[in-house]
Design a protein around this ligand. Structure first.
Ligand code: ZN
Length: 373
């Protein structure tokens, strides 16, 4: 049986250059992204008994843990058992598995969200409604979670996947919402005193297509917070903030993943706000999160990237704002607004997986709960 490799799967992406016996030559397909980016995700069939070798013609196409592998059609993922981070290639034993999925990092698509929703089916503390319809006609889900009976409570807004490829952000958001729905004291307290508005997959079309999404021409979803947004999701999140959130809004978190590897890409951090009041609230939240964290992924408040340093130097007077900038300027109340960067693979020496990312999401929930005490 020949080895075949394709991308006809949710979040599939690659330019397959050649398949020669056990060797696959490929590179990420940047599509409408304006600079090299690194998301790729393929299905390989006819694998059984082979040692596959994947060789990338573009640098920076692998994390420091190499690639993620699934032998059950994307249900569960593991990082490569062995990988030399000096090279843009890896080998993997297929064993008895005929089909493998291989990706830059564990993907998260609508299928994952639907599986999570099914696990909470019938829970009165969780509802789903359409946020809007995407350009390609998809219904983009808005989840409401926590106190839903109209009683007085705090509000929080949670978003992920303004950049389609940043899949670990959605795994973390799942964990955060799991904590709100949990049977423990934190869950009970959050359901009593908070209402969460969550958009787990903002760029629904880009996520299903396997787009990079980041730096999409002419600008990406997170650069679309203007007076005239070009994406329906961005316009809908602005309308949500203007029409359904009010001065009870306490927290607005936007979850991201950084660049593929290296400095500022291998620890979890808040992107510091140029707004002095929000910067102060961010530092308070960071300190609380460091204190209440129990999950395996390390988090240090002093990892926060202050505005004006490294890549965090965007012009604060630009009319094209990020979600967090826009929320800081326009959302009601005086919420703690923060963009988080969660690495794809390595957070301070601990491997990021769907499970550890979810645990970090539960840590975020604990920190939110602490704001009430
Ligand atoms: Zn991002």
């Amino acid at each position: 049986l020949r080895l075949t490799v394709d991308t006809d799967i949710p979040a599939g992406n690659a330019i397959i250059e050649a398949v020669e016996a056990d060797l696959v030559r490929l590179r990420p397909d940047v599509r409408d992204t304006t600079e090299p980016w690194f998301w790729w995700h393929v299905r390989a069939r006819g694998c059984a008994g082979r040692r596959l070798r994947l060789v990338f013609s573009a640098p920076n196409s692998l994390t420091v843990r190499g690639a993620a592998v699934s032998a059950d059609a994307g249900l569960t993922w593991a990082w490569l058992p062995e990988y030399d981070p000096a090279g843009w290639e890896f080998s993997v034993e297929a064993g008895r598995h005929d089909e493998l999925r291989l990706a830059l990092a564990p993907p998260y698509t609508r299928e994952n969200l639907d599986r999570w929703l099914a696990g909470h089916d019938g829970n009165p503390a969780l509802t789903m409604q359409p946020l809007c319809r995407s350009r390609q006609g998809r219904s983009v889900p808005l989840l409401r979670c926590g106190r839903l009976d109209g009683a007085e409570c705090r509000q929080a807004v949670l978003t992920a996947r303004h950049h389609a490829c940043e899949s670990l952000a959605s795994w973390a958001l799942e964990g955060l919402l799991d904590a709100v729905l949990a049977g423990d004291a934190t869950g009970e307290m959050l359901r009593q005193r908070w209402q969460f508005f969550a958009v787990p997959i903002v760029d629904a079309d880009g996520v299903e297509a396997g787009d990079q999404g980041k730096r999409r021409a002419p600008h990406d979803h997170n650069g679309d917070y203007t007076d005239h947004p070009i994406y329906p999701e961005t316009a809908a999140i602005q309308a949500l903030a203007r029409q359904r959130l009010d001065e009870r809004l306490t927290v607005a978190l936007d979850l991201h993943c950084p660049w593929v590897r290296g400095h500022y890409n291998e620890h979890i951090y808040i992107v510091g706000s140029p707004d002095p009041d929000n910067w102060r609230r961010q530092q308070q939240f960071a300190a609380v999160l460091e204190r209440v964290r129990t999950g395996p992924l390390p988090y240090r408040a002093d990892g926060t990237l202050p505005y004006g340093q490294a890549w965090n130097v965007g012009d604060p007077s630009s009319p094209r704002m990020s979600c967090s900038r826009w929320m800081t300027a326009h959302a009601p109340g005086a919420p703690t607004v923060a963009s988080f960067e969660l690495p794809y693979a390595n957070a301070g020496g601990v491997t990021v997986t769907p499970e550890t990312a979810r645990a970090f999401g539960r840590d975020l929930a604990r920190a939110i709960a602490e704001l009430d005490r």
